[in-house]
Write a protein that binds this ligand. Sequence first.
Ligand code: PLP
Ligand code: ZN
Length: 415
Amino acid sequence: MSTGPRKGAFGNAVALSCRECGHRTDLGPFYACPDCFGPLEVAYDFPAISREEIEAGPANIWRYKALLPVPDDIEQSPNTEPGFTRLIEAKNLGAELGIAKLWVKDDSTNPTNSFKDRVVACALSAAVELGSKVFACPSTGNLANAVAAAGARAGIPTAVFIPSNLEKPKQVNSAIFTDRLVAVEGNYDDVNKLAQEIAAEEEGWAFVNVNVRPFYAEGSKTLGYEIAEQLGWRLPDQVVIPVASGSQLTKVHKSFQELIKLGLVEAKDYKIFGAQATGCNPVATAFKAGVDAIRPVKPDTIAKSLAIGNPADGIYVLDIARQTAGAVEEVTDEEIRAGIILLARTEGVFTETAGGTTVAVTRKLVETGQLDPTLETVIINTGHGLKTLDAVADQVGPAATIAPNYDAFEAANII
Ligand SMILES: *Cc1c(COP(=O)(O)O)cnc(C)c1O
Ligand SMILES: [Zn+2]
């Protein structure tokens, strides 16, 4: 007897389709086209969906369940219920950067403090429906945190693989949820290669960003849906998004296109910008050189969550940046640190190095005339600064250390 996924396991999703040649494959733990090895993505047959139906849903990503590859009863499956994070009107940061209308989509407040909880919730649903035995990932840190937490809550064994030089807080934030945190002596690209080998050898392992990557990637669409809904069901003019594998950026674009097609927002032109660190800039380099091929790099940057030297979706990021008249820009580690501190001091939001990259790139895009400061702009803060404390620990600290009496306070002259 066949024990395939139950009926409706993937909601309105109907197939996996190849991004390169359009070949369609059944929904399942597949990620490469059998014809051309191109990446597969989820294709849907959407029914009519109204704003009111979405607004009546829960205050998490499942309000968009009709637009995701998840079953209609997804709310019954334990997961971390991420999403519907704040969209902050960032007047102070806007004034500092010279941008008239600026918002920060603050995904640092997700259950494990990064946007990865969104993608993991969708991957977990697929893993459950496919009957997977182990929930796993190669990770630059945040993904491992999200996988370990979601697996714990769902009662599924997890195994998460990270580069051994990862920030300590990110290691602890995984190990607190799982006994199987594996530190690999190598960079992320080495860890990723190992994960592909394990996925091919071990039966029933769902590697969220490898063999269930098409389902995983769809979770990032919810960032775009939320931005549109929180702006009052309309699209912004410009969005700035950090780029590691590039998946998130491509899915925010996909989400905007779907909202237009479904008539949930008015069609309009918008620009999508990608943000990278100079110490890991393969997509920014290709963008500036005007070439289509991405040459892998060996990462060396404090933005470890963005340190993917051979980004799987890099070529699609290039396409989208060019098609929408956006750009992919890069900043140095010094600028990243300054970006973290600037966001904290202007908006009271403590971001990690990825967010510092996004803020600093936004500044550079304005200064170089690539981003129009008169247009409505949203930047995405993808993670929390408490996970990358070391990045700024030398730059901020006590203004003075004083004896516990008023004279000492006065003498310190801190006002
Ligand atoms: C993973 C990650 C990203 C980049 O995501 P991709 O979809 O791989 O481009 C950005 N910011 C943070 C904090 C991340 O953890
Ligand atoms: Zn193909």
